[in-house]
Design a protein around this ligand. Structure first.
Ligand code: URP
Ligand code: ZN
Ligand code: ZN
Length: 488
């Protein structure tokens, strides 16, 4: 019997910490050896001239999920996970979304039924909490955290999902008591509604007014408020899909003061601007997401925050809606901006975009790329070191990248079910050619080799690794709360 099922030989391996030449030996779905030279395998992949990186952990994507407006995502767990793996990902963490009146247990069962028979790669669920009743807070949530659903997202906007401050405090408190992490969609709902009503009254209905109504100040105010509420409860918080310089600076100030605040941004805030939403006719609807893409100064601020450690994670916020009556235009071909489905696709291009424009253009290091797209999410969401690294005993989740391959982005290359990409025509350099998921060659030569339903559900461990930007204070109890660590 051969020593290994598979050897990846001759490549340059990069983790979040190191870059080195090595062969990787894989046995039983795990990394079994890392050495200068290995032999004795049923199959050898020659990775000479290639980069051997941990598979991506895509921890912000909406798959087979009804949105706040009740619109079903265009990707189910088959097309969503296939698109993810072609983009270099080996783990996805979509959402199990509670809508008002639903029990969380019931929601989790529904999402297991949606994912189990279909996902081609490993998956877990974040919980979306929109109805934090006594039963949810006192019983369901603590029990689910113990069962491995260790992260949840809450919204401060979207009429059917948003939580009041008191509800958010209650959710944060349960997170603290049980070692879970809370993500927040930080936009002030009243500001957005007030501006939307004024714009609509004045007859401004075109897609670009979506961006006008989701003002920067709405994001700044809600970001600061969420941080202060998490500070009061003394528990970690992750601000998702940050789009503005001001919100990033607010997060950085909190980190500088020792608060355990994490940040995430997404491709749409690096590569799109309000000019995209301002395209002719309804075309701009394709680029409507919340928060909206801003301007070039904000794009530069997002790059700085990725490079200086203010943001720990870079995810797609893949929110797939077709440009037709099933998705973006569900309220009609000329629907006003308030009725457009919110969200842009990006699960397959997230890593190639960041690799090409970030690593390739010297904005971030290769090790930062690995941290931002894989390792930090695995750490924050309780999956490390099983996921997010290449180390002995870790799952053999590996993407082999050709750093020189040039790709002209076109929707035809992609595997999602959306029908368009906001990044059409971009010239990228660097592509994940071979993707190995739990030791199985899932993608090679442009072909998929794994079956729907072959991914495994990941029960996660409560607790999180705090990843602190260099030079910021160590987290400690904040005396301003007066009760600090004694709340439990
Ligand atoms: O516009 C967006 N981001 N849609 C997806 C849902 C969310 O808020 O993340
Ligand atoms: Zn959101
Ligand atoms: Zn999202």
């Amino acid at each position: 019997m051969a020593a290994f099922d598979l050897i990846i030989s001759g490549g340059t391996v990069a983790t979040a910490a190191d870059t080195f030449k090595a062969d990787i030996g894989i046995r039983g779905g795990r990394v079994a050896a890392i050495a200068d030279a290995l032999d004795g395998a049923d199959r050898i992949i020659d990775a000479t001239g290639k980069l051997v990186l941990p598979g991506g952990v895509e921890a912000h994507c909406h798959i087979a999920q009804e949105s706040g407006m009740g619109i079903m995502a265009a990707d189910d767990y088959e097309s969503g996970s296939i698109s993810a793996v072609f983009g270099g990902n080996t783990t996805i963490v979509p959402f199990a979304a509670q809508h008002k009146g639903q029990s969380l247990r019931e929601v989790v069962e529904i999402y297991h039924d949606r994912a189990g028979p279909k996902s081609v790669i490993d998956y877990a669920f974040h919980l979306i909490i929109s109805d934090p009743t006594e039963q949810v807070l006192g019983q369901e949530l603590p029990a689910l955290i113990k069962d491995g659903y260790t992260s949840f997202k809450v919204f401060l906007t979207y009429p059917l999902l948003k939580l009041a401050d008191e509800d958010l405090l209650n959710v944060l408190s349960v997170a603290r008591e049980n070692g879970a992490i809370t993500m927040v969609h930080a936009e002030n709902d009243d500001i957005i509604r007030w501006l939307s009503d004024k714009l609509m009254d004045a007859g401004h209905t075109a897609p670009k007014y979506h961006a006008v109504s989701h003002a920067r100040i709405a994001e700044s105010e809600a970001t600061n408020r969420a941080i202060q509420l998490a500070r009061l409860v003394d528990t970690p918080l992750l601000i998702v899909h940050v789009s503005t310089d001001e919100a990033a600076s607010t997060i950085r100030r909190a980190q500088d003061a020792g608060l355990r605040v994490f940040g995430e941004t997404c491709p749409q805030y690096l590569f799109l601007t309000i000019d995209d939403i301002d395209k002719d006719g309804m075309e701009g609807a394709k680029f409507c997401c919340s928060p909206p893409p801003r301007d070039e100064a904000d794009q530069e601020a997002m790059w700085r925050a990725l490079a200086n450690g203010t943001f720990q994670v870079f995810h797609s916020d893949h929110a797939p809606y077709r440009f037709d009556e099933t998705g973006k235009l569900h309220a009609g071909p000329n629907a006003p901006f308030k009725k457009l489905a919110n969200g842009v696709p990006g699960i397959e291009l997230r890593m190639p975009l960041l690799f090409s424009e970030g690593v390739g253009k010297g904005r971030i290091s290769l090790n930062d790329f690995v941290a931002l797209t894989s390792t930090n999410a695995a750490k924050i969401y309780g999956m490390h070191p099983r996921k997010g690294t290449i180390a002995i005993g870790s799952d053999a989740d590996i993407a082999i990248w050709d750093p020189d391959r040039e790709v002209n982005v076109s929707y035809d290359l992609l595997h999602d079910n959306v029908g368009y990409t906001p990044y059409e025509g971009m010239q990228l350099k660097g592509w994940p050619e071979t993707v190995i998921s739990a030791g199985r060659v899932a993608v090679s030569d442009g072909e998929l080799h794994v079956e729907p339903g072959s991914g495994t559900f990941l029960e996660r461990t409560p607790g999180y690794d705090f990843i602190r930007p260099a030079g910021t204070l160590a987290p400690e109890t904040d005396p301003a709360t007066n009760f600090g660590a004694k709340i439990v």
